[in-house]
Design a protein around this ligand. Sequence first.
Ligand SMILES: Nc1ncnc2c1ncn2[C@@H]1O[C@H](COP(=O)(O)OP(=O)(O)O)[C@@H](O)[C@H]1O
Ligand SMILES: [Mg+2]
Length: 511
Amino acid sequence: MSGKVFLSFKKVSKYFPGVIACDKIDLDIYRGEVHTLLGENGAGKSTLMNLLYGLYHVDEGEILIDGSSVSIHSPGDAIDLGIGMIHQHFMLIPVFTVLENIILGQRSGKPPLLQLETFRRQVSEVAGRFGIDVDLDAVVEDLAVGMQQKVEILKALYRGARILILDEPTSVLTPQESQDLFRMLEDLKKQGCTILFISHKMIEVMQISDRITVLRDGKVIETVDRHKTTPRQLCTLMVCRDVSFEIEKEESDPGEEVLRLEGISLQNKGGLFLLRDISLRVCAGEILGIAGVDGNGQKPLAKVISGLQKPGSGDIYMFGQNITGENTRSRIEKGLSYVPADRRRDGLVTDFRIWENCILEIFYTKPFTRGFTLNARYSHEFARRVIREYDIKTPDENVPVKNLSGGNQQRVVIGREISKNPRLLLVVQPTWGLDVAACEFVYNRLLEERNKGTAILLISTELEEVRSLSDRLMVLFKGEIMGEVDPRTVGPAETGLMMAGEKRDKSIPVV
Ligand SMILES: Nc1ncnc2c1ncn2[C@@H]1O[C@H](COP(=O)(O)OP(=O)(O)O)[C@@H](O)[C@H]1O
Ligand SMILES: [Mg+2]
């Protein structure tokens, strides 16, 4: 595809204290293409787009539209230039209707009520032109996330956007909603819209893009044509080394039952069910995955299993023994290790040094204590072993954890938890914010643990991840298990239906 250059970045730089977020970016975007920015966390993708949308100011270089230099000092300037941005967290007002949200902030001479019908006609016209099917009178908070995203897109189009920026738009969507979005983007493209798409999910990048630009450390590494590249090549460009993309694992050989949940329910203060009648079991030497879109009960489930929260009803067993009433410490003593989703809040004390973080929950056990005193020598040795085995980039174990990068912080948590030789490993979002190489490392460690006979419960919103790692897979939706599938035989589409609330025991049309 050799399109006409519509939008250009010329040697655009953006500095933050101590970081060059964008480093002399040269990039041409063609009219009517879907151009994807791909890169590890921190590569500078969002910053570059925030510069285009006027949320940040360009420190050096310039942005050209149709060949002329433009100055963008605010989102207002960007909107006037026909640039729209769909944020990862929507900016809609939940209690307003779709129409009210879309026309919010529009200038008009007449009193708003008199104008409403005019606005309605205009918005319907735009929606019709772009084939966007939404009920203008629906209240936004009643809409599914995918629909809210469409409202955001309609809002941008109504304001005259010709360039649409979508920053990781599918991270909040089910696979079906993502496919819906992609069909819509295809339509927008046909209507002449130019789309800037940010993602780190290889499958969708290969599906939707015309061209892909890989960013690394704030620099453009290469722009490639989708038809002339492969996921492997893109991964290599992203991390600058060859990585194996598929996870290879042997058949599992499950042993004794380690964890069993029976009819676990939990309600919040308002009586809403956070968890409803959850039953599951995990055996030694297998990985049970829990898939689902974020916010469907993952957090309460992890809390109930780790002992941080008592269930409202139901029972929890470890090795056949009822532990429902036992606290976290006693579960840890029975062999539980827990890798929480939010490592900075729940997994680490970031002001503490690495070695202190390595013994957070076990400092009172042998051999970390001798009599009443801490065995400092053993504790330091333990930390050095974690650093060595988990390849943590640090001068030594005395560095405060807050000075490590996100990926290295996660290695501290995973290294610490696995080095305790757990019998049950509860892992939530283990690769959140990690780059491809670090993900691969974590996957291999988890599989090693499983092969050694540890029971693993993996809760993850990354469908590809949880499908490829798990031996059995359950889907969580609004706090309820929708069913169990064999990830080797059941594809992402059917799993995705369950993520959207379809139960497996009903007859599901296969898409
Ligand atoms: N507001 C900010 N203040 C300071 N540093 C920032 C800010 N926004 C981003 N950064 C830094 O700039 C770099 C690029 O970040 P970002 O553009 O968010 O990357 P990406 O979207 O590719 O993950 C990172 O090192 C990040 O820590
Ligand atoms: Mg980003």
